[in-house]
Ligand binder design. Sequence first.
Ligand code: ATP
Ligand code: ZN
Length: 611
Amino acid sequence: MRDSSLKRSLGVDLTRSLKESRVLLVGAGGIGCELLKNLVLTGFGEIHIIDLDTIDLSNLNRQFLFRHEHIKKSKALVAKEVAQKFRSDAKLEAYHANIMDAQFNISWFESFNVVFNALDNIAARRHVNKMCLAANVPLIESGTTGFNGQVQVIQKSQTECYDCTPKQTPKSFPVCTIRSSPAQPIHCIVWAKSFLLPELFGDSEDETPEVDKTENADNANEIAELRKEALELKELRQSIGTEEAYQKVFDKVFRLDIIRSQDMKEMWKEKEPPEILDFAQLQEESNSIAPTISTNDQKVWTLGENFSVFKDSLNRLTHRLKQLQEKHLPDQDPPILTFDKDDVDTLDFVTAAANLRAANFHIELKSKFDVKQMAGNIIPAIATTNAMTAGLCVLQSLKVFQNNLMHAKMVFLERSGARVINSESLNPPNPDCAVCSPVIARVEIDSEVATLEHLIQDVLQMELGYDGGVSLAVDSLMIYDPDFTDNLKTKLSDLGIKNESFITVNDEKDTRVDIELMIVARNEPSSEDSKPATLQKPVEIPLKPAKPAEPSHDAPATDDATVTGKRKREGSNDDSSHDAKRLASASIPDSNGIEAIVLDDDEGGAIMIDD
Ligand SMILES: Nc1ncnc2c1ncn2[C@@H]1O[C@H](COP(=O)(O)OP(=O)(O)OP(=O)(O)O)[C@@H](O)[C@H]1O
Ligand SMILES: [Zn+2]
């Protein structure tokens, strides 16, 4: 956008603030590419981009800054190079690196006015959240899955942080559901992928996280039975490579195991018991089926077709494993085959085996395409969702630049509700959040000299007024409490505490909020009269707030609720009052008398119109 257009839509003051700003964009993937383009074209002055990855063929359909010739090159560097062409005077800086590296320390974070997260994993999101809190820099957090998107503004002490609400953990299934009583297609797919395939060709399922093997009194017998079954399968593995292997596997898993399951009468009181499959009949049917059937991934195959693919893919995998075994050297680990959604042989096997099992248990069969999505935990990335989310990130950041956090919003994109874009006001910080509730106190230390005792006596007792009743921990590891004083004379450096380490201080009486001591190592050795550990500047430590009667932070994330792992806006689908909300149009004159036309739906983000 030309400068004059920017001034007309944003106003002179805001345009100037953006031009003078220095912002960080973390992630140059789906959202990141869109966001970088937006930031450059909205006139942000200095933009630093970081991404640890290189460009992959599969990125090109939506990460529009990248072209075929960029494959294998750094995302951050290429994104910078391409975006520079949109505005030659934009100052862009790129880092091909992990944002969690120590070089990106708190002082570096402090040098930015705003940080934008365009990441794809919780670990990196949590890290940036923590760094922005420590550096007191506003963070615009964003994420998408499929048609859902979410943007959240985070500002220390004023809003919820990324960790104020619990996060969804990857789904796992109880072992008995997977192995004895599947009820949905996904149970059969997980069985084929995480149990049958590894038992025949790889490591056993003991290592796969999708199966929860927690035992209790009720299922102990069942688990013992399952162990016996698994042992039989291991024996069966010996027959892999022989002509009749597929028949033996079929006979065990789709007939014998099912007969055993039918005998557990208790289990089938309320449900229809499973049914065995007829090998001879399926063999007969499969004779007339062309081997090309497995390439038809949109069609739900018939039982005969599944049988045919099962037999064929088992032979293909057997052949591959044999070849690997022939090349195998004695000092290497024995070769194995593992599931990969892009490995056709393993995908064919998992699809066919899952469907045959589904037929045993009267469960709907799935196409190979669907199995690929489900087994690979794939939710398609949608370019439009990323583009809209990136646009919303910029709109929310404008509120931060206008010092108008009051009107910043948590914004949601969703397809199912009455409106695609929904929003809610930002929540205040969760007083129980372990990440943002502690007050941060910076403590300067002389690493050569300072001991734990210096820290406790000089800083905590003398400067901050604690009595002896505190406990101290580093990364959840206790280093001091009134009954554990062994480390008092130990140097902080010998306890692994260095520049930018955090020490959590807990008031044993539980009257003051927790504090985090952030260690700042002095560059110069301390002069003779200065203490080895001192508070950098005074801090006030508030008393713990009384618990609210109605907890508002315990809404667990539900299956479909999250994209960045956050709580979903309550009632977003059924609140008909939203339909009635109107766009309020307002003209806001800025200090130079130039009018910015802002359409602001008093619920959602502002929509600025360039006239
Ligand atoms: N710790 C990190 N430091 C820097 N960049 C990171 C870090 N973790 C993730 N990223 C980057 O964040 C980006 C997230 O983008 P996106 O969600 O589109 O993922 P993608 O890998 O590009 O695509 P997809 O996962 O959909 O195949 C990726 O480019 C990824 O490399
Ligand atoms: Zn928090």
